[in-house]
Design a protein around this ligand. Structure first.
Ligand code: TXE
Length: 483
């Protein structure tokens, strides 16, 4: 019992329990053990956080962008000192391998604050000259930002929103996923440690309906940035629309990985496997449909299966582990139900399909699915077009570039994709015809934080990243001065 942590909300610079005194339990995905309780916040808690953010708005907005950039650096410094703690908490709370939590979650969270601090220092508002007038563009804060984040990359995605929101002069109410609350609380501790002015950053724990929905529909929240599932995104869009809030939605994906006949498989295979299974396939950018030129289909499948079955699945705290557990029992069951569906749809399970064999007894109650590869499915089958968000990949042959593009565009999603080829020019031309926000050629998740990030179709609305984030988290105002 003593190892179970009780987390609090952070509102107006104070640590508070939910007014209703109800709790939500948080489990470690690798073992199924109860590790924390978080406040099951409701409308009253959200109201208090929004009021605190509103009260802090004027003071924060009156700082210059350079002063706010300095605050982001202070936050980054303090977070960096606690990087190992971030990695340990993230690995425990999500079930992901510690090596990944260190190299991606902990490192990138610090990098996000530093990156946006730098963006603030380089920021130049435009002027547009006319023959008889000068137009100045001002970037004003939007106001109170409601930030809602998912469980797959908890602090990484939260910092991706908090940093530009603060930089542009907004105050924040953050609502992290109830399944992974640990590092959001750590971030609130960092805000307190560095002495960020009271009310500028507020944290409300809780579930989607009781605390997420009151935040997105709150009349005094001016902007909503949401990352999560497409269906939830639809509800968030509805609830934010009546107040005409600025809205950014980063939603799901069903991304194609296109393997052309001229691919250098020997050098590219490890990256293709990483694109398929990073974070147990629980990254919205993962390539969950691999389209393979028919002339190399058999040789690709053989090499791919060899690489996939070679991956080390198990204890997330072991440095050698490559794949950990899925986020929850419910999510594990959803992923398994898609594997059952694949069999009904005529697919062959080439590897995986259930819990890893021989998992140590300490992990028997965790939520495990070993990496699963399926072929024989029609490219328009449900398993090949719906988001599974787990370690499950379907394989499909194609005959020429046009057919690959047609299959890639066959889903309601349009987030990302990758193309693997010795002919980078041909890959780039193909990329232009794919209906997705981001396409990588001969790489995957190779992120330059200056570029636009976001999806088309059911993958979302709006772009974040670099100047797109600065634009989204501000109101551009034009002042036209006649000479
Ligand atoms: O996410 P939800 P879930 C996909 C993936 C997954 C599916 C559902 O396919 O299987 O979404 O996952 C908060 N108003 N992705 O149910 O519900 C919630 O508390 C306001 C892709 O876990 O979208 C959490 O903080 N907020 C995705 C956040 O929304 C609400 C990553 C995300 O939870 C709310 C995660 C409401 N009505 C899942 N309901 C990606 N794009 O990376 C819930 N929330």
């Amino acid at each position: 019992m003593s190892d179970i942590v009780e987390l609090s909300n952070y509102i107006n610079g104070e640590w508070r329990q939910a007014i209703c005194e109800h709790w939500i339990e948080d489990y470690a995905p690798a073992t199924g053990a109860l590790i924390a309780r978080i406040p099951c916040s409701s409308r009253e808690d959200v109201d208090a956080a929004v009021t605190a953010a509103q009260d802090a708005s004027h003071g924060w907005a009156s700082l210059s962008i350079l002063e706010r950039a300095d605050w982001l650096d202070k936050i980054a410094d303090s977070l960096e000192i606690r990087a190992e703690e971030v990695a340990q908490l993230e690995s425990l709370d999500t079930g992901k391998p510690i090596s990944l939590a260190r190299s991606v979650d902990a490192a990138r969270s610090v990098a996000n604050f530093r990156f946006f601090a730098e963006q603030g220092r380089e920021f130049q508002a435009e002027t547009f000259e006319m023959s008889d007038a000068t137009n100045k563009v001002l970037y004003k804060p939007v106001g109170v930002a409601g930030l809602i984040t998912p469980w797959n990359l908890p602090l990484y995605l939260l910092s991706w929103k908090v940093a530009p929101a603060l930089l542009m002069g907004n105050t924040v109410v953050a609502k992290p996923s109830e399944m992974t609350p640990m590092t959001a609380s750590l971030l609130a501790e960092v805000m307190e440690e560095v002495g960020l002015p009271i009310g500028v950053f507020n944290l409300v724990h809780g579930n989607g309906l009781d605390s997420g929905a009151p935040l997105t529909s709150h009349p005094d929240v001016d902007l909503v940035s949401f990352t999560g599932g497409t269906e939830t995104g639809r509800q968030v869009a509805k609830s934010a629309s009546s107040g005409f809030k600025k809205l950014s939605l980063e939603l799901g994906g069903k991304n194609a990985t296109i393997i052309r006949a001229d691919v250098d498989l020997e050098n590219m295979m490890s990256s293709i496997v990483r694109a398929s299974f990073l974070n147990q396939g629980q990254v919205c950018l993962c390539g969950s449909r691999i389209l393979i030129h028919e002339t190399i289909y058999d040789s690709f499948v053989e090499a791919f299966l060899e690489a996939v079955t070679d991956m080390t699945v198990g204890d997330p705290s072991d440095e050698e582990t490559e794949l950990g557990a899925l986020i929850s029992e419910e999510h594990r069951d959803k992923v398994l139900s898609y594997i059952d569906l694949a069999e009904e749809e005529g697919g062959d399970i080439l590897c995986g399909g259930g819990a890893p064999i021989g998992i140590p007894s300490a992990f028997e109650n965790g939520y495990w699915v070993s990496p699963t590869v399926i072929d024989g499915l029609a490219p328009d089958s449900r398993c090949a077009t719906e988001e599974i968000f787990g370690p499950v990949v379907t394989l499909h042959p194609y005959s020429d570039d046009e057919e690959a593009i047609e299959i890639a565009n066959m889903t309601d999603y349009g987030l990302a994709g990758s193309i693997w080829t010795a002919d980078a020019e041909a890959g780039s031309l193909m990329a232009e015809k794919i209906d997705s926000g981001m396409i990588w050629v001969n790489c995957w998740l190779h992120r330059d934080l200056r570029v636009p990030f976001g999806g088309v179709k059911n993958s979302g609305v709006g772009r974040e990243g670099g100047r797109w984030s600065l634009g989204f988290f501000s109101e551009a105002i034009n002042i036209c001065i006649k000479h």
